[in-house]
Design a protein around this ligand. Structure first.
Ligand SMILES: Nc1ncnc2c1ncn2[C@@H]1O[C@H](COP(=O)(O)OP(=O)(O)OP(=O)(O)O)[C@@H](O)[C@H]1O
Length: 285
């Protein structure tokens, strides 16, 4: 297990006001241990997801990022500690309330056989529909906006299974956006995307945040993570080893500890954010 590094204090944890004066939901992990069977892989995590902000989770392979996302999405029950939504135990809340409030895009989602892009993205609207509130025309508007935002409008008639990896990933992001959850969790949504589409998707997520949504995203590109995050959380060995403002958090020491790589951290002259240049696969020398 890597040595614990000092964590910077999370900034501004006051409730964020969404448009219309609605308070953004508060998702918290309190002393949470998560694992598979009885084997813990995420240990004793305290995380106050900043409402109305973009939180980026980074960390080496197998550091526990996906496991933490699964916990926050209620797809895994904590072995210890608890995850709360607005102070209530996430595990005890009605499924429909969780589905409307917290949306998750897993790392490798599986589409039903033969489904077309338009149908898949429209699935995002299901948590909002019920026996009394069926499909409405504003559902179509939301779906159309999600398709536009992800540059997938021209794919609506295509079968999901026939798309390229990057096209498919953008279609899944469209579905997650169409869901309009107040808290959106995305596990490596840009892993298959070319650089232009990576930036486009991250710009869309920033727009979601500007509109009052709370977004948590797992990324591997540290420079993009630093550029887009309001709050950066670094995991190593299943523990949070650094957390806070990206500039204060993503130091050469933290990168060395979390990734076992020697890196130079420069400053982007345009944004003042860190730019991470990996130098060698050893932290020595
Ligand atoms: N379904 C599972 N059953 C058992 N162990 C699992 C399962 N999923 C993940 N693990 C283990 O939990 C640990 C953390 O995995 P996790 O997927 O959370 O890491 P990650 O940081 O998201 O990695 P990556 O960057 O490679 O996606 C790993 O050791 C992994 O082997």
């Amino acid at each position: 297990m890597p040595p614990a590094l000092p964590t910077t204090l999370p900034t501004a944890l006051e409730p964020a006001l969404q448009p219309g004066g609605v308070v953004a939901p508060r998702l918290r992990a309190e002393g949470v241990t998560l694992g598979y069977g009885a084997t813990p892989v995420v240990h004793d995590v305290d995380l106050d997801v900043r409402p109305g902000a973009l939180t980026v989770l980074v960390g080496a392979n197998a550091s526990g990022k996906s496991t933490l996302v699964r916990g926050l999405a209620r797809l895994l029950t904590p072995l210890r500690g608890r995850i709360t939504l607005d102070g209530e135990d996430l595990g005890r809340l009605p499924t429909r309330r969780v589905a409307r409030t917290v949306g998750v895009l897993p790392q490798s989602p599986v589409a039903p056989d033969g489904i077309r892009v338009g149908e898949l993205v429209a699935h995002g609207r299901y948590p909002h529909q019920s026996f009394f509130r069926g499909h409405r025309s504003d559902d179509d508007d939301v779906v159309a906006r999600a398709l536009d935002a992800t540059d997938t409008a021209d794919l609506v008639q295509r079968r999901v299974a026939e798309l390229s990896g990057g096209q498919r990933q953008r279609v899944w992001i469209a579905m997650a956006l169409a869901q309009q959850p107040r808290v959106l969790l995305l596990d490596e949504p840009t892993s298959a995307l070319d650089v232009a589409h990576q930036v486009e998707v991250l710009d869309v997520l920033r727009e979601e945040v500007a509109g009052g949504r709370t977004v948590v995203v797992v990324l591997h590109d540290l420079t993009l993570a630093a550029r887009y995050a309001d709050e950066l959380v670094v995991l190593a060995g299943g523990r949070v080893v650094a957390q806070g403002d990206p500039t204060a958090t993503l130091t050469e020491e933290v990168v060395g500890t979390a990734f076992g790589v020697r890196a130079r951290v420069l400053t982007d002259p345009d944004t003042g954010r860190p730019v991470i240049l990996p130098r060698s696969s050893t932290t020595a020398g």
